[in-house]
Design a protein around this ligand. Structure first.
Ligand SMILES: Nc1ncnc2c1ncn2[C@@H]1O[C@H](COP(=O)(O)OP(=O)(O)OP(=O)(O)O)[C@@H](O)[C@H]1O
Ligand SMILES: [Mg+2]
Length: 282
């Protein structure tokens, strides 16, 4: 039960024995300059169409693993395969296609959205970068993306700037910017950590809706087991760069095997109030 080593045929993503060590003399913690092992021999797979949760406390290596999967960083060991292709071998056109299909929803849209871009340009920019459509086609894609993310009527939002939106609307615009590319795989790194509970909940509902309609596979990063329970089919609990436990979300939460998972559950006061969609209507 420690890690899923054999990936089924339905896996869209396979992470095989991946490690990432940050070496820096500036790190006082780094004894004998051995560095910090942010990700330590992690293996997991994500099946097509599922929501896989990476759950763990601060500093457990969740974002680092996300960045490795997105190929924003390179592992020091192991291999990451997307649809069977080693991500580190991608070049040129293959890499560009990968960049379109694998997207990340940012933790803090205020940091990631360009303050000088109107909402229209914010959502249209990825289409321009990837050379998708002419002006008319882009216009239609932007409108659809905004409206499917709950910013409707879209025209009302086109001329606005990020600071002229509420926090929840800003995150919706950031999600529209991702979804406009019709990605196959989305990494959501603590997508609601900057929002209060009720707005977080509406963002989770939006992500659930997107998932059903657009058949997108999600890697959902969170420190919050309640959020994982609401949104994830399977989870891996990570601690200090290692997976301590993995399995179907409900099974892990109802019958945790590892002390660390138990301590996460004990630290969740809100936990019993949030239901997994599989357990009933939300
Ligand atoms: N660029 C870097 N250089 C050196 N060390 C880093 C770097 N990025 C992350 N680390 C270290 O790697 C470890 C894992 O960091 P990471 O950001 O992946 O954790 P996390 O699980 O995402 O935490 P959080 O929940 O706080 O976002 C931490 O000890 C962190 O200090
Ligand atoms: Mg992080």
């Amino acid at each position: 039960m420690m890690s899923d080593t054999t990936a089924p045929d339905s896996a869209i993503l396979e992470v095989q024995n991946v490690s990432r060590i940050y070496r820096s003399r500036r790190f006082l913690f780094a004894r004998d300059d051995k560095g910090i092992t942010a990700v330590d021999n992690v293996s997991l797979h994500v099946r097509l169409g599922e929501v896989f949760g990476l759950v763990g406390g601060s500093g457990s290596g969740k974002t680092t693993l996300g960045r490795l999967i997105l190929r924003l960083e390179h592992p020091d060991g192991g291999d990451i395969r997307f649809e069977g292709m080693s991500v580190s071998s991608l070049r040129g056109r293959g890499l560009k296609a990968f960049r379109r299909r694998m997207q990340m929803i940012p933790q803090d849209p205020y940091q990631s959205l360009n303050p000088y871009f109107s909402i229209y340009d914010t959502v249209a920019e990825p289409l321009v970068i990837h050379g998708i459509g002419d002006d008319a086609a882009r216009h239609e894609l932007v409108r659809k993306a905004l409206e499917s993310c709950g910013l409707s009527p879209a025209q009302d939002y086109y001329p606005r700037y990020p600071h002229q939106l509420s926090g929840g609307q800003r995150q919706r615009a950031a999600i529209a910017r991702v979804m406009v590319l019709d990605p196959d795989f989305v990494i959501a790194d603590e997508p609601t950590s900057m929002l209060d509970a009720s707005i977080s909940f509406s963002i989770f509902r939006l992500l659930s809706k997107i998932r059903k309609k657009q058949r997108v596979t999600f890697l959902f990063i969170t420190h919050d087991l309640a959020a994982a329970r609401f949104f994830c089919d399977r989870i891996a609990v990570v601690r200090q760069g290692r997976i301590v436990e993995t399995g179907p979300t409900v099974a892990v939460i109802e019958n945790p095997q590892h002390e660390y998972t138990k301590s996460l559950i004990a630290a969740q006061p809100r936990f019993s109030f949030v239901k997994n969609p599989a357990e009933g209507e939300v």
